[in-house]
Write a protein that binds this ligand. Structure first.
Ligand code: SAM
Length: 245
């Protein structure tokens, strides 16, 4: 493909990603704050506001690459603790941290945790009202498969929301961001986990991820309609939206 994920094999890529998140699971939430300078919180809030979940127990959300549950927790809160969310992740260590947190914050009854691959979702067609994925899709080796699976498990009228690092379109900010990601992120990673290399890999994966326009095309190719995106913080992150019409 032209999306540049062919240099390492798909299996090898997934193994690298799994290794990173097994190592970091227990410290993931603090790492996220450090590496995004807290910005991920504002971006996730904007994602949940865009979703505007229905305040009803029959509203079902699938949060893929849901990790430690951060996005799902926010969605459940935004539904007045009414909606039901499934947190799916390929990494059991991340999910274990999420389950613990859910028990502590009282959201456990609204949540189901599933260990599985975004490329092969273990759900029947037309199961969910919404599919969310935050900072996860660039880690999936075959993005096109993940998107077709998203389309398959959504009901008609269902919503896709993808939050991901994207292309910075502001002069100066792009330079600051380059410095930050290539120098600070691996250093923070090393300080917190003792290992810089996995973070270098993550920074590379951000660089290789398609830009806003190309990613919107991929979403359309998977069958979604009314595809749009919104840039956050000059395009450091972007929120893509699509509908199963
Ligand atoms: N969504 C959470 C958040 O925003 O805080 C976690 C994002 S974390 C950067 C990326 C997550 O993607 C990790 O938990 C990782 O295990 C998961 N992941 C990577 N490859 C995956 C795959 N093929 N299928 C499902 N999850 C995957």
């Amino acid at each position: 493909t032209s999306y540049g994920f062919r240099e390492v094999g798909q299996g090898e890529k997934q193994a690298l990603v799994n290794d990173v998140f097994h190592k970091v699971a227990k410290r993931y939430d603090i790492m996220n704050d450090l590496m995004s300078a807290g910005l991920h919180r504002a971006w996730k809030s904007a994602m949940v506001a865009a979703l505007n979940p229905r305040k009803s127990p029959d509203y079902r959300i699938l949060d893929v690459a849901g990790g430690t549950g951060d996005v799902a927790f926010r969605i459940i809160e935004a539904s007045n603790r009414q909606a039901q969310a499934t947190v799916l992740d390929i990494n059991g260590s991340m999910l274990a941290v999420g389950e613990d947190r859910a028990t502590k914050n009282g959201l456990r009854p609204n949540l189901t945790f599933v260990e599985a691959n975004a490329e092969e979702l273990p759900f029947p067609d037309k199961t969910f009202d919404a599919y969310t994925i935050a900072f996860g899709i660039r880690n999936v080796p075959r993005i096109d498969r993940a998107l077709s699976e998203a389309y398959r498990v959504l009901k008609r009228g269902g919503r896709l929301l993808v939050l991901e690092f994207s292309d910075v379109d502001m002069p100066v900010l792009d330079k600051i961001y380059e410095e930050w990601s290539f120098k600070a992120i691996p250093r923070i990673g090393k300080a917190v986990t003792g290992d810089a290399e996995p973070y270098q890999y993550l920074v590379e994966s951000i660089r290789k991820f398609p830009n806003q326009r190309d990613f919107a095309d991929m979403i359309r190719d998977a069958g979604f309609g009314r595809v749009t995106w919104t840039n956050f913080t000059g395009g450091i992150a972007a929120l893509h939206s699509g509908w199963k019409i």
